[in-house]
Design a protein around this ligand. Structure first.
Ligand SMILES: C[S@@+](CC[C@H](N)C(=O)[O-])C[C@H]1O[C@@H](n2cnc3c(N)ncnc32)[C@H](O)[C@@H]1O
Length: 217
């Protein structure tokens, strides 16, 4: 399992979460069968509650994969929502476009093909929430860019920040992941010490960091 929460707790919590429709079910199954990493079930549910309870409408996502989280966020945000999502993998991009069409959400979701570090610099709009779920070794660089386009009191939601527990404990560390883990630790330290963001790190899914922008730079 995740090496973060106890297996029995994770299994129990997941057993209570039902995908809200057939397409979300189908996409989760596809992801499992094809080893596509998508948000854990409890992180998906966390996003739904967060978006609905804060009336979040404008969301920027880094890492579309097959479009599972873009679709769930667009559905949770409801009418008037705008999701801009970035994906660099050509195959994933094509699958996401197809799935977004199937969901009938082309008007709410814009998928941009490219590397996030290039694309983010050219985005002028502002957002209520930024969901960082791609380019695990580059969260810190991305944060610097997205801080400018996040509204005051907006949220940065960073996924996989505890990275299978390796970020918390060297005993779990796999040698080839050392760089990502070091960078993630640096990112979490920056967020925790920032005077622009207030952050909570939670052992949900693969670890999430929730940061709200408390002042302009
Ligand atoms: C964890 S998956 C995203 C899952 C998706 N958010 C979901 O839950 O349905 C990460 C995705 O980020 C993409 N990615 C990784 N580095 C990237 C980068 N530098 N720019 C854009 N996309 C990137 C990968 O190709 C992969 O599809």
């Amino acid at each position: 399992m995740s090496n973060i929460a106890h297996d029995h707790a994770e299994e129990y919590i997941r057993s209570l979460i039902k995908e809200p429709n057939d397409l979300q079910n189908e996409l989760r199954k596809y992801a499992e069968e094809n080893n596509v990493p998508i948000v854990h079930k409890e992180v998906a549910q966390f996003l739904r509650v967060l978006i609905k309870s804060n009336n979040i409408k404008r969301i920027l996502e880094v890492g579309t994969a097959i479009g599972y989280s873009s679709i769930l966020m667009a559905e949770a945000a409801g009418s008037g929502a705008k999701i801009v999502t970035i994906e660099r993998d050509e195959n994933m991009y094509d699958i996401a476009i197809e799935n977004i069409k199937k969901a009938g959400l082309e008007d709410r979701i814009e998928v941009i093909k490219g590397d996030a570090l290039d694309v983010l610099n050219n985005i002028q709009d502002t957002f209520d929430m930024i969901f960082i779920d791609g380019a695990k070794g580059h969260y810190s660089e991305m944060l610097k860019i997205v801080t400018k386009i996040l509204k005051k009191n907006g949220i940065v939601f960073s996924d996989n920040v505890l990275f299978r527990g390796m970020v918390c404990s060297d005993e779990l560390l796999i040698r080839r992941k050392i760089t990502i883990v070091k960078r993630m630790r640096k990112y979490l330290k920056e967020l925790s010490e920032s005077n622009i963001f207030e952050t909570v790190i939670l052992p949900v899914g693969d670890g999430v960091a929730l940061s709200t922008k408390i002042k302009e730079e």
